[in-house]
Design a protein around this ligand. Structure first.
Ligand SMILES: Cc1cc2nc3c(=O)[nH]c(=O)nc-3n(C[C@H](O)[C@H](O)[C@H](O)COP(=O)(O)OP(=O)(O)OC[C@H]3O[C@@H](n4cnc5c(N)ncnc54)[C@H](O)[C@@H]3O)c2cc1C
Length: 502
């Protein structure tokens, strides 16, 4: 026996709303559930959110929408991982790449772990992650993650895309597949005596009722926060960023398209560069405790140079944190209404997808006792808290000394006990694999990601023991093999052209 609502009203037509709508239509629409989405013609979407993790591939695959269909209308490109220049000042570690690893890396990954652990114990062996992964070599060579010939195993990859166009694409698909769209603005939310949402009142369409409401209304959380009174736990003590300014720039050379996001450290935060097929998306993420909008925009424009002249800046602010209860009574929050930490590592769309897929699965089990809701809420919170640990580690590991912002981040005593344990175990040459296994929820980031960041930022003691021949040879072999493997893949520009012409 599975359980399903009769009617669902999704409030909000941003990325979260349309991803929810098409997913629910896919799993419940064919079973007779009425899926309806309301978006306001007067209230825009947040309009940023252009990078993803590999999970989005599964989303489109499940919906049976091939890349050739969705990528061109969204000006999408491929993403092999993220570069982190200038977070560290350690010699040889001024930049590192966080790759999307896969079975293609199987032959060398053990050497990477081993070399890191030798380096932690004081041996002078090469342990920079950039030598060991195929997607790193792909990004360095500006290649797509698509091989010219079918390989034994696939590479992992994510995407970059225009958030506005992706919303439009999903809207077209979802309505084609049966989702009802209402364009109207909600003016009031009525809560009944059980604490459920009875209906929402709109400007044009009167009262709209449903069995289940999904709050995809963005930062304000029109239903879950404003009407139901849920509050978010702040994460500002852990990570200070609460603002961003975004300015696009043109692509200079159409024959060279990056297949990576660049997340470059600046004076009071970091800048993203996201290559789309028609422009580069850039944004400076900073903390308003250290600089204001004007200073951030000026620093970004100076850094981008004449390319940014005339381009309009979009300023954004948020209160970093997450809800405790994402599902309450007959309302579930998906997207920015759930909370937002910050854009580092481009995870929100991943959280949206995991939340909505987890929710429909949980809902179908029926029996909406508090236990079921609690289970869902706990799962989402564990997921987000694991992300918080991983994101905060970037700031804890920084070795910059140019501003208070970086020193304060490094010296910040507020971190989860789990993160503190991992950092201490790494520094004290304890068994890091065991400590990661016991302390860190590795749902999203497995140990290789932790190794990549810790080693990539050069978190090692000064070597006290000489180099060892075999680890040095292994590193050279890994670098050459990754480079050679990467040459079997299409250049990014060439493959995009092929895909866009399909
Ligand atoms: C600076 C920044 C960078 C980011 N970068 C990334 C990234 O690289 N990768 C990533 O995964 N995520 C990123 N994100 C997060 C990403 O932007 C969001 O996850 C995503 O866009 C989802 O937004 P949303 O749909 O929840 O809200 P919104 O886009 O804000 O949509 C809200 C919707 O609610 C509707 N609405 C509001 N009030 C009413 C009302 N009264 N009546 C009717 N409708 C209403 C609006 O009309 C709109 O349709 C970033 C966020 C920020 C702030």
């Amino acid at each position: 026996m599975t359980s399903m609502p009769k009617k669902v009203l999704i409030v909000g037509g941003g990325t979260a709303g349309w991803m929810t709508a098409i997913h629910m239509q896919d799993v419940w629409g064919k079973k007779g559930v009425d899926i309806c989405l309301i978006e306001s013609p007067d209230i825009g979407i947040v309009g940023v959110g252009e990078g993803t993790t590999p999970l989005l591939r599964e989303f489109y695959a499940r919906l049976d929408i091939p890349e050739s269909e969705w990528m061109p209308p969204c000006n999408a490109t491929y993403k092999c991982g993220i570069s982190f220049p200038d977070w560290s000042t350690v010699k040889g570690h001024e930049t590192y790449f966080h790759p999307f690893f896969s079975d293609l890396d199987k032959a060398h990954i053990q050497h990477f772990w081993d070399n890191c652990n030798l380096r932690r114990s004081g041996h002078d062996v090469p342990a920079h992650p950039d030598d060991y992964f195929v997607t790193t070599a792909l990004a360095r060579q500006q290649r797509s993650p698509i091989p010219k010939h079918r390989p034994a195993s696939e590479s992992m990859y994510g995407y970059h895309f225009d958030a506005g166009l992706m919303g439009e694409f999903l809207k077209g698909k979802a309505t084609q597949r049966g989702v009802t769209l209402i364009q109207d603005t909600i003016t009031d939310v009525k809560i009944d005596r059980h604490g459920d949402i009875a209906y929402v009142k709109t400007e044009q369409n009167g009262k709209l009722k449903a069995d289940l409401f999904v709050d995809c209304s963005g930062f304000k959380g029109l239903l879950i926060r404003e009407a139901m009174g849920e509050t978010a736990a702040s994460t500002k003590d852990f990570m200070f960023n609460d603002s961003a300014v975004a300015i696009p720039t043109p692509i200079k050379d159409q024959d060279k398209v990056m297949s990576e996001t660049i997340s470059k450290a600046m004076k009071y935060g970091w800048v993203w560069h996201i290559p789309l097929s028609n422009r580069i998306g850039n944004g400076y993420v900073y903390s308003s405790d250290y600089i204001n909008e004007e200073q951030a925009e000026a620093e970004l424009r100076e850094y981008l140079g004449p390319d940014s002249d005339g381009a309009k800046a979009l300023h954004l602010h948020w209160s970093p944190g997450r809800l405790e209860n994402h599902w309450k009574n007959n309302c579930v929050a998906i997207g920015l209404s759930q909370g937002f930490l910050e854009p580092l590592e481009a995870l929100m769309i991943n959280i949206i997808q995991s939340s909505i897929e987890g929710f429909t699965e949980c809902f179908e089990r029926g029996d909406f006792t508090n236990r079921h809701q609690q289970e869902f809420n706990d799962r989402v919170n564990r997921f987000i808290d694991g992300i918080l640990d991983y994101l905060q580690l970037h700031y804890k590991l920084n070795s910059r000394d140019d501003t208070d912002y970086w020193r304060d981040n490094r010296d910040n005593p507020n971190m989860s006990p789990q993160l503190a344990t991992v950092l201490s175990a790494w520094d004290n040459n304890e068994s890091i694999d065991r400590v990661l296994f016991e302390n860190i929820n590795q749902q999203l980031y497995p140990r290789t990601s932790w190794y990549c960041m810790l080693a990539g930022m050069g978190r090692f003691p000064e070597p006290t023991k000489g180099p060892l021949r075999l680890p040095v040879r292994n590193q050279k072999r890994a670098r050459e093999a990754s480079k050679e493997q990467a040459e079997q893949f299409y250049s990014h520009a060439e493959y995009l052209q092929k895909l866009y012409n399909t």
